[in-house]
Design a protein around this ligand. Structure first.
Ligand code: HEC
Length: 137
């Protein structure tokens, strides 16, 4: 046996040992756990488009100024909390974030806001995306 093929057999054996020790399923699970809660999800495209009538957006903006602006900025450009323009997240993610809050970062609004308020807030946040589109050359 040449020393070269001996080396490659040793390498192969080593790889096999490592991969069976880690286990494929374990690796996949670990990966899923590390995925950020802010990872964009394709589910956004499967959901009905939020109604963004001017009235709805105005209602959402009012609630935003009352409840969210002191952290996210009056124009939602971010302050203590992040800029909320061009959110790459689903409506459901926005609703969940507002209802549950984010531990140590953002309070839960479950006791303060109704589903209707959250839908209006979402319409307002979506209108910010369109604002960004319009300013594109
Ligand atoms: C006490 C300050 C505070 C208030 C009040 C607050 N937020 Fe937040 N919010 C944050 C912080 C900080 C983050 C980012 C947390 C992180 O990095 O995970 C955040 C994150 C978010 C996100 C997720 C953004 C993303 O890209 O994942 C959304 C959506 C959001 N806020 C909407 C709102 C809305 C709507 C309101 C009002 C009902 C609100 N927030 C009120 C501090 C706040």
């Amino acid at each position: 046996m040449t020393s070269r093929s001996a080396t490659s057999i040793a390498l192969l054996a080593g790889l096999l040992a490592v991969s069976s020790a880690l286990g494929g399923a374990h690796l996949v699970r670990q990966h899923a756990m590390h995925a950020s809660h802010q990872t964009p999800t394709p589910e956004r495209w499967l959901e009905p488009v939020t109604s963004t009538s001017p009235q709805r957006v105005a209602q959402g903006r009012k609630t935003f100024l009352q409840r969210c602006a002191h952290c996210h900025g009056v124009d939602a450009r971010g302050d203590e909390g992040p800029d909320l323009h061009d959110l790459q997240v689903s409506d459901r993610y926005i609703a969940n974030t507002v209802l549950r809050g984010i531990p140590h970062e953002m309070p839960s609004f479950a006791r303060k806001l109704q589903g209707d308020d959250i839908a209006a807030l979402t319409a307002y946040l979506r209108s910010l995306e369109h604002e960004a589109d319009r300013s594109d050359p």
